[in-house]
Design a protein around this ligand. Structure first.
Ligand SMILES: C[S@@+](CC[C@H](N)C(=O)[O-])C[C@H]1O[C@@H](n2cnc3c(N)ncnc32)[C@H](O)[C@@H]1O
Length: 262
């Protein structure tokens, strides 16, 4: 499948989102990443080790394959507290890095459910789970807007660089509100914008699968969360996502951490 040749149509600057094409393209890209990490010859070293956002104590005992598959833009477990015994759901769990960190925080009396729609990622995460002996973690193959998780059953949702990839963000936030208990929290690390991207960037499917073309203005993202039912949404950090590139529009891309309450 050649992703680069596939474009997102636009109508006078408005993106016409083909949801099925996006889901299929994202699943294809992250399947490749998972297979590369599984045989340790992937396209890159993974986000976590060099990012500086994870404590070395959090990742030192994790398998190489979990680190190589890590493709986040923050550390959602650092946004707020996780307590012993809590139930945590990771939306777009990838190779499982944030699930394993959360599992240590909630302890044996807590549980962590990682949700991902890419079968190769779920396979990789399950192999990593065996290596780290995380008995309180399970991985489920599902889309993050239809998790199949019980209503009012979750204390904390975490998500790391995933909702930017979702073609229907309102559906993801409505599903999050549904599964969270009243007063439950959501810790999000994601890519957002301070101004709209140029058309040639936002219409390229390759940019969508690389967590760029699906990015929204920070205000729009937060408004969607509020309208989906979150009572409180606060920005806990907002830093530049990509340093060192020349184009003007690059400075509008931000890596943002949000803490929301249901
Ligand atoms: C950028 S990676 C981040 C993975 C992980 N959170 C991390 O920090 O390493 C995005 C992951 O989200 C998954 N994903 C993307 N869109 C999804 C959707 N709509 N439903 C379920 N999983 C999705 C992909 O399969 C991939 O594993």
């Amino acid at each position: 499948m050649r992703l680069r040749s596939r474009c997102i149509e636009t109508d006078g600057g408005k993106k016409l989102v083909d949801k099925e094409l996006i889901i299929e393209s994202v699943r294809y890209r992250y399947g490749e990443l998972a297979r590369g990490a599984a045989d340790c010859c992937g396209e890159r070293d993974g986000f976590a080790p060099g990012s500086g956002v994870y404590e070395s104590t959090q990742i030192k005992d994790l398998p190489e394959e979990a680190l190589m598959a890590s493709a986040g833009c923050g550390n959602p477990n650092a946004i707020g507290e996780l307590k012993q015994g809590e139930t945590v759901v990771d939306l777009g769990s990838g190779g499982g890095i944030d699930c394993f960190i959360a599992a240590n925080m909630v302890g044996e009396t807590g549980r962590v459910i990682g949700v991902d729609m890419t079968p190769d990622m779920i396979n990789l995460a399950n192999e990593n789970k065996v290596k780290v002996e995380a008995g309180n973690v399970e991985f489920r193959l599902a889309q993050i807007d239809k998790t199949g998780i019980d209503t009012d059953s979750v204390d904390v949702i975490i998500s790391n660089c995933v909702i930017v990839l979702a073609p229907d963000k309102d559906a993801v936030f409505r599903e999050s509100v549904r599964i969270l208990k009243k007063g439950g929290r959501m810790h999000i690390s994601d890519v957002m914008l301070t101004s709209e991207l140029p058309d040639h960037v936002s219409s390229d499917m390759d940019n969508w699968t690389h967590c760029l073309a699906g990015a929204e203005l920070i205000d729009v993202y937060i408004k969607r969360m509020r309208e989906s039912g979150f009572s409180k949404v606060e920005i806990t950090s907002n830093v530049s996502y990509r340093e060192g590139l020349e184009e003007d529009w690059v400075s509008s891309i931000r890596s943002v951490n949000l803490l929301a309450t249901n």
